[in-house]
Design a protein around this ligand. Structure first.
Ligand code: GTP
Ligand code: MN
Ligand code: MN
Ligand code: MN
Ligand code: MN
Ligand code: MN
Length: 198
């Protein structure tokens, strides 16, 4: 597997050479299988973590990677700061999932995105520990589970997911969320297509 920070691939995202025309960041999606049920009978299937950010938008935990800082290390540093992630749960290079470039204003942001599955127990522990994070109440205003259900209910035409996708997301976070949900099959693909279309 080649990474976008390999010299050969990226004109502005190599590991040691900070992008000439942009900044580097790394964010992470944590998920787990879930035994939770909505109203005691609709299985939630999976738990996916996002956060409410200080700027009012929804996004994934993570942040800017410093000049000369290894991207995976920078990610883990930010995850420790924002959600108090412990070392045993740190991400590795093999959790790398893709790179999104967000071109707003004049400086593109190169965002390296990581995805990792946890056990349900570990995920719950991580959730509880987030309250102890250094940046809690500052940068991180709360972590949430994404309401994944797309199945129409009798009194609601589309299920919760389309409504969730109408929120304000930072950068490319919405696309990162949808791509991961579809590719990892965290909900039925057909339901997701329905949600996305709405
Ligand atoms: P500072 O302490 O202000 O440096 O914050 P930080 O290092 O935690 O950075 P932050 O998480 O805000 O991420 C840096 C930039 O990446 C933000 O300004 C957003 O434009 C963008 N960003 C934030 N979260 C996400 C995300 O989940 N996905 C994507 N694609 N971009 C994001
Ligand atoms: Mn109830
Ligand atoms: Mn951040
Ligand atoms: Mn941060
Ligand atoms: Mn930071
Ligand atoms: Mn910070």
């Amino acid at each position: 597997m080649s990474y976008p920070w390999d010299e050969s691939r990226a004109e502005f995202s190599t590991e040691r050479d900070v992008p000439r025309r942009g900044r580097r960041a790394a964010h992470a999606l944590l998920y787990a299988k879930s035994s939770a049920k909505l109203f005691d009978y609709i299985p939630m299937e999976h738990a996916v973590m996002m956060q409410l950010r200080f700027d009012g938008t929804l996004g994934f935990p993570g942040g800017y990677v410093n000049y000369h800082e290894n991207i995976t290390k920078g990610l883990n540093r930010e995850l420790e700061e924002e959600i108090a992630l412990k070392q045993r749960n740190f991400f590795s290079d093999s959790d790398y999932y893709g790179t999104w470039i967000h071109s707003y204003m004049s400086t593109p942001l190169v965002d390296h995105f990581y995805v990792k599955e946890f056990t349900e127990d570990e995920f719950k522990k991580i959730e509880m520990q987030t309250l102890q994070a250094k940046d809690w109440g500052g940068e991180t205003m709360g972590i949430i589970r994404v309401p994944l259900d797309c199945i129409p209910q009798t009194n609601k035409p589309y299920g919760p997911m389309p409504h969730f996708l109408l929120h304000n997301f930072v950068g490319n976070a919405r696309e990162q969320l949808v791509k991961t949900i579809v590719e990892k099959q965290l909900v039925e693909v057909e339901n997701m297509q329905h949600a996305w279309a709405k």
